[in-house]
Design a protein around this ligand. Structure first.
Ligand SMILES: [Zn+2]
Length: 124
């Protein structure tokens, strides 16, 4: 029996990768890993995790995910700061879905030690 790999694109089983963050067993240590775990949450329609990892200042009151969206992959294009030594960071990525892709530069901050998503800028 093969364990499915995590949707975020790292060569790890879901349970050992983003699954730990979604379950609340660990916090993403860098902005990039948080970004990957949020992509996996979109794939798995985990709106609760997406809201939990959204900055309180910019978090929407609710989030309706479209189960018809077929996400097909995440490519991290660039990162700036966002490590254990920073309090802010940006991650530029392309998230692909059937029929298109989303190219965005996302901003992250740490709130009480945990990385959260602030907002994003669409690039094309
Ligand atoms: Zn993952």
């Amino acid at each position: 029996m093969t364990t499915p790999l995590c949707p975020c694109g790292r060569s790890e089983p879901y349970e050992r990768c983003c699954g730990r963050f979604h379950a609340g067993a660990a916090a993403a240590p860098t902005a990039e890993i948080l970004m990957r775990s949020r992509y996996s949450a979109f794939v798995r329609l985990d709106a609760g995790y997406l809201l939990r990892t959204w900055h309180p200042r910019t978090r929407p009151a609710r989030l309706d995910l479209d189960p018809g969206t077929r996400w097909t992959g995440l490519e991290i294009l660039d990162t700036a700061d966002g490590s254990a030594f920073h309090s802010t960071g940006t991650v530029t990525f392309r998230a692909s879905y059937r029929g298109g892709s989303l190219h965005e530069r996302s901003r992250f901050e740490r709130v009480e030690g945990a990385w959260v998503y602030v907002d994003g800028e669409f690039l094309d």
